[in-house]
Design a binder for this molecule. Structure first.
Ligand code: ZN
Length: 303
């Protein structure tokens, strides 16, 4: 089954409910990388979280979630675009991993870690300017850090459950939607009640359960007594924007002397995309071609 994000509203439309389950996309994110299990689990949770949050936004650009750490993990970043395609990567420092697997131990032993949320509008937006929110990295898990961010920066009560292992990454979100003005007290009370009830149901979720059962089984288990309004499921894909041409452009910017230098010491140039890990190889001939003026195409002789 393909990777999907499912969206619902409670019957009184006061609570947003989302669930996401990724297998192929998560495999693609880990291909060419060999993250230690504790790091991979955190990245998987951040990947799942990015899709859950992106799906709550009425926004056409990219959502970037970045954890900047001062520990064994220097940077963890996920981009989720409006079409629910994602890319993600981790930068590690050369030091031993802590025994504890919480985000404070892995990212914040020095207490300077930051959690950064960027909303990057589409490329063709006039006056394009990215919105960036930066807060200290708080909480023991990515879910807690995000819940606190949503409450402080967006004034939205949000609950998030995340789980990831080598095979799957999954997530579940509840968000209380702001009531429109002029509500009867009864509506406010009903919304309060729905918020408490849905949280109570979801609080039974364990990470083990999230990784073992399907999305549909999970939703049924939690909400079989509820009437939910369902929206179309959104497919999720892995998409990296790297190409051989971009790598070639980067090498051209390095300059002929630098490229020649690497070739002489290593015999070839091997560049791996930092997101997908795709290797790009340039041998001596490829490298020489980089700095050649464009040759006339075949069949077009110049007289
Ligand atoms: Zn790539």
């Amino acid at each position: 089954m393909s990777d999907q994000l499912k969206k619902y509203l409670s019957e009184d439309r006061s609570v947003r409910i989302e669930s996401v389950d990724m297998h192929q996309t998560w495999q693609a994110a880990q291909a060419h990388h060999s993250y230690p299990p504790s790091v991979a689990a955190l990245l998987g949770e951040l990947v799942a979280a990015s899709t859950l949050l992106a799906a709550t936004l009425k926004f056409d650009g990219s959502l970037l979630l970045q954890l900047q750490g001062d520990g064994a993990i220097a940077l963890m970043v996920v981009e989720c675009r409006a079409d629910m395609s994602i890319r993600a990567t981790v930068k590690m420092r050369d030091r031993p991993l802590p025994i504890q697997r919480d985000i404070q131990s892995l990212l914040n032993p020095g207490g300077t870690a930051k959690f950064i949320v960027v909303l990057d509008p589409p490329k063709n937006t006039p006056g394009r300017q990215a919105y960036q929110g930066i807060v200290p990295l708080e909480g023991d898990s990515i879910a807690e850090a995000l819940e606190q961010y949503m409450l402080r920066s967006e004034q939205l009560e949000t609950r998030i459950w995340l789980a990831a292992d080598a095979e799957r990454c999954t997530g579940f979100l509840l968000q209380r939607l702001p009531l429109q003005g002029g509500n009867q007290q009864a509506e406010v009370l009903s919304a309060d009640e729905t918020w408490q009830r849905t949280q109570r149901l979801a609080e039974t979720l364990t990470q083990k359960e999230m990784l073992e059962i399907t999305q549909d089984t999970l939703l049924h288990r939690l909400f079989w007594e509820e009437t939910l309004l369902a929206f179309d499921a959104r497919p999720i894909t892995w998409q990296c924007s790297c190409t051989r041409e971009r790598v070639a452009d980067m090498l051209k910017m390095l300059g002929r002397a630098e490229v020649q230098d690497i070739l002489e010491t290593q015999g070839k140039i091997e560049v791996a995309c930092e997101f997908c890990g795709q290797p790009y190889l340039f041998d001596g001939v490829d490298s020489a071609m980089l700095f050649q003026p464009l040759a006339p195409g075949p069949g077009k002789s110049i007289h």
